[in-house]
Write a protein that binds this ligand. Structure first.
Ligand code: PMM
Length: 266
């Protein structure tokens, strides 16, 4: 079964749902809806990583996410904390998060792996080449997929050196991070090479710019969510362990149909 990670951004500036879940009660209510729709994990983030985004002070990030994580953990929800900041990650795990989701794979904060090693949380290591403000400057590759694979392996090595057991690591190709339009499709086409590294793999395509570009004419959220449901199925076919999405119900339905197709019915 492919795990669905439902996105709960508590940021005022995230590109697709920014500002709607800043209030902790509203965030908890939205998380409940995501769970009811089929999310196995709720990913709580307090800093936008959209292209061009400014960094957020770690204190502000923690003020946004910690009350939400505490409330969700108290209700037995499996929570991941989406952060590039080691202190926020540690505080998030102390508040009940079971997974640290670091799109920078420990590169943004040199203390990240040590902070995670001191907990028993799992960690998502994303492929990343620099902060949002200038991430496209780093989108230059001689051999894109080989470089993504090597750079992920380097981060796995660094995580192991810091004392994180291999079984606690999830890899993420970092769709949209240091990759322009078609580069994302190339990495997704070759996702099996990342899956081949032997770790669980998480894929985040939801509502991203490369899907918007693929659909043309400034598609609304509806069309981007439909496209995301398709990428969820294709990611599952390529061996992904999980997908990170906004519209959980659409992806749940798509994955259910995939299962029926594959199994020839119930
Ligand atoms: N993308 C975003 C944020 N967090 N985490 C993981 N593991 N993988 C991703 O692809 C990813 C992420 C940016 O999207 P958002 O602003 O819609 O949350």
């Amino acid at each position: 079964m492919t795990v669905i990670m439902g996105i709960l951004n508590t940021t005022p500036d995230s590109f697709s749902d920014g500002g709607r879940y800043l209030d902790a009660d509203a965030a908890v209510a939205h998380a409940a809806a995501l769970r009811a729709a089929g999310a196995g994990i709720i990913d709580v983030g307090g800093e936008s990583t959209r292209p061009g985004a400014e960094r957020v002070a770690p204190e502000v990030e923690r003020e946004r996410v910690l009350p939400v994580i505490e409330a969700l953990a108290a209700r037995g929800v499996v929570v991941s904390i989406d952060t590039m900041n080691a202190a926020t990650a540690a505080a998030g795990v102390a508040a009940g998060a079971r997974i640290v989701n670091d799109v920078s794979g420990g590169l943004a904060d040199p203390d990240m792996f040590a902070a995670v090693a001191a907990t028993d949380a799992d960690i998502v290591i994303g492929h990343w080449r620099g902060h949002s403000a200038d991430m496209y400057a780093a989108a230059r590759y001689d051999d894109l997929v080989a470089e993504v694979v090597t750079e992920l392996q380097d981060r796995v090595g660094a995580a192991a050196t810091a004392g994180i057991a291999p079984s606690r690591i999830v890899l993420d190709p970092g769709v949209g991070f240091g990759k322009r339009g078609d580069q994302n499709w190339t990495v997704l086409r070759d996702l099996d090479r990342i899956v081949g590294l032997g770790k669980r793999v998480l894929v985040g395509t939801s509502r991203k710019g490369f899907l918007r570009d693929a659909l043309g004419d400034e598609p609304g959220l509806h069309r981007r969510d439909a496209a995301t449901a398709v990428t969820s199925v294709l990611a599952a076919d390529a061996g992904a362990w999980g997908v990170r999405v906004h519209d959980v119900a659409a992806t749940r339905d798509a994955l259910a149909v995939r299962r029926l197709w594959r199994d020839g019915g119930a």
